[in-house]
Design a protein around this ligand. Structure first.
Ligand SMILES: [Fe+2]
Length: 312
């Protein structure tokens, strides 16, 4: 099975205007090249805004990908708590997080992508996560790794945690008779690095520094053990903004965190992976475009608020 993987789209019309165009470009390439399933591992919106979900919905629709057999998605911390684009946002961020209704935000996200959860197996009927769907001879499992806000334990809302309840439900998926013997892939927002590394999730340097200290996933050892004992062959994630392939417990991990939101307005990439009986293969396809500055006020070319246009 061929899986295309993107993460951390960070759509944000005010500060990251080229991310939408870059996503469209890599999707077009991947669709033309051919794959069986698209995986998006969270942080669709930089600031938890529904207009960004609508943008992704339209993009997926335009490629006939708004279909549970073709696309799977999990939630990221920015989809719940948003982020900080300016210094003043950093100051106001804790107050914003306290006011955030975590469950309502998860519902909002999953409602906007409801078609992608059609027919999935959910051990907790009142919750979307964790879920599982069989695509071909592979089972895709989606987890919500976003921890609730806490002034002490999660002061910048970017730490991860898979609750005990979610872990128990994950085990129900692993123990399901019809999934026995099938290869499994996990989709989760947070990484499984041994150490924290720097993230570049925001234009704000101060914010980058703060996030780099607060990216950890609590309880990852327990999760890793469960993955390795239950035929998980690949884990797709993002969160830390870099591109990386690595192994933990002989499982292949893909971090697509910098495929789109990478600080370069012209560069985008996508992981094209394949789950085969012999193992997991991968290719990172990077696509660059020229960025042409359009003179303001040009009546022919300047037809939107965007000061730049991308050409492939
Ligand atoms: Fe994130």
């Amino acid at each position: 099975m061929k899986i295309a993987h993107l993460s951390d789209l960070h759509f944000c019309s005010a500060f990251k205007r080229t991310n939408i165009g870059k996503t469209k470009r890599v999707l077009k390439y991947a669709v033309e090249r051919g794959f069986d399933h698209l995986v998006i591992t969270g942080d669709v919106s930089d600031n938890s805004e529904v207009k960004d979900y609508i943008t992704l919905r339209r993009l997926l629709e335009s490629f006939n990908l708004l279909d549970p057999a073709k696309t799977s998605i999990v939630i990221g911390n920015h989809d719940i708590f948003g982020g900080a684009q300016r210094a003043i946002d950093v100051v106001n961020f804790p107050a914003k997080c306290i006011q955030t209704d975590y469950n309502a935000k998860v519902k909002e996200f999953t409602d906007y992508f409801r078609e992608l959860f059609d027919g999935v197996y959910r051990p907790a009927v009142d919750k979307i996560f964790p879920y599982a769907k069989q695509v071909g001879d592979t089972v895709l499992i989606g987890l919500n790794s976003i921890d609730v806000y806490s002034r002490l334990k999660n002061p910048f809302a970017s730490n991860g945690r898979v609750s005990n309840e979610q872990f128990d439900n994950l085990m129900k998926i692993f123990n399901l008779e019809e999934y026995k013997g099938l290869k499994k892939c996990v989709m989760i927002h947070h990484h499984f690095y041994k150490n924290n590394i720097e993230a570049t999730a925001s234009k704000s340097l101060l914010w980058n520094k703060i996030e780099s200290f607060t990216l950890k996933l609590r309880g990852k050892k327990k999760l890793l053990r469960a993955f390795s004992e239950n035929d998980v062959v690949a884990v797709f994630h993002g969160h830390s903004h870099e591109i990386k392939e690595y192994y933990r417990k002989k499982i292949k991990f893909f971090n697509a965190g910098a495929t789109i939101d990478n600080g370069d307005e012209t560069k985008a990439s996508i992981f094209l992976t394949e789950i085969t009986p012999d193992g997991v293969t991968s290719e990172l396809k990077s696509i660059s475009s020229q960025l042409i500055k359009i003179p303001e006020g040009n009546p022919i070319l300047f037809n939107s608020k965007h000061a730049y246009a991308e050409v492939s």
